[in-house]
Design a protein around this ligand. Structure first.
Ligand SMILES: Nc1ncnc2c1ncn2[C@@H]1O[C@H](COP(=O)(O)OP(=O)(O)OP(=O)(O)O)[C@@H](O)[C@H]1O
Length: 187
């Protein structure tokens, strides 16, 4: 049994990694699912209250609140699956929560690509899906994420995947990590 967490700045490729997991039948638990569940528990619509509830949760229950609430969802998946991918880790406090819960069975994979590459891919994704990035620039998003402690968390990764090459080679590397464990690729 293993729990693989992904971490990375916006546009680095976490969504693609989650997609590869789903294709392999590896369940994906996203921090977004936790927040959506919390919105419903509070009788609020996730579509309009997502950001506010995420912030309220952290303020009320501490910085690891979202990670802690994802634990039962992960354990539920582990009843039927050998591996689970956790998408959306944001801080070193959250990494602590997963390490406390799963010990050696948890590993952290950092997905990395330079700013310009991420900027170009996000612009492309926006065009494809007519998606609005909320009016926030990539610099601002990076700063916000790093403000949560993402830089410190990324430094603790067991493995780094450099996503500057082709999408196919990135997907291949992710498949290897999911099928054989992060130790299967060199650091
Ligand atoms: N190696 C690659 N080559 C080309 N396109 C890529 C590559 N990796 C990812 N992409 C594309 O770049 C865009 C951003 O990737 P993705 O959505 O996986 O990032 P993310 O880390 O989930 O970002 P966010 O945190 O903003 O959701 C997507 O459209 C994805 O298909």
């Amino acid at each position: 049994m293993r729990v693989i967490g992904t971490i990375g700045l916006p546009g680095s490729g976490k969504g693609e990694a989650a997609e590869v997991a789903r294709e392999l039948g590896v369940p994906v638990v996203t921090m977004g699912d936790v927040i959506r569940r919390e919105c419903r528990d509070r009788g609020l619509d996730p579509a309009t209250h997502h950001g506010e509830v995420a912030q309220a949760l952290r303020e009320e229950k501490g910085p690891a609140a979202v990670a802690e609430r994802s634990l039962p969802l992960i354990r539920e998946e582990l009843d039927d699956a050998d591996a689970v991918l956790v998408d959306g880790i944001r801080s070193d406090v959250e990494v602590d929560a997963f390490e406390d819960a799963f010990g050696e069975r948890f590993s952290l994979v950092s997905v990395e690509a330079p700013f310009e590459v991420r900027e170009e891919r996000l612009a492309e994704r926006g065009r494809d899906k007519s998606e609005d990035e909320g009016g926030e620039s990539l610099e601002e998003r990076d700063e916000r994420e790093l403000g949560f402690g993402m830089g410190e968390a990324m430094e603790r990764a067991d493995v780094r995947i450099d996503n500057t090459g082709s999408l196919e080679s990135f997907r291949r590397t992710v498949r290897t990590v999911l099928e054989s464990g992060p130790e299967a690729i060199t650091r």
